[in-house]
Design a protein around this ligand. Sequence first.
Ligand code: SF4
Ligand code: SF4
Length: 79
Amino acid sequence: MAFVITSPCEQEKAGECVEVCPVDCIEEGKDMFYIDPDICIDCGACEAVCPVEAIFMEEEVPDKEHEYIALNRKFFEEE
Ligand code: SF4
Ligand code: SF4
């Protein structure tokens, strides 16, 4: 389980979430930010500060955003 960043981040992308993450697992990609699911401790701090509600617990990601679960994981696999 982990938190997942979804499509609304693509327009906002100001990085507020990065500043509050206690384990430093949010990184900036080309179009948006991503959460490393292997490091996230599910604290919810990032979700609380995201101004566009782009961040969800994995099991609460809306159906139309489901591809982002794999996209967050993939970003860190390719590093
Ligand atoms: S706070 Fe939300 S919109 Fe801003 S960078 Fe983080 S996930 Fe993206
Ligand atoms: S839920 Fe907590 S640990 Fe996971 S990405 Fe957000 S701030 Fe970081």
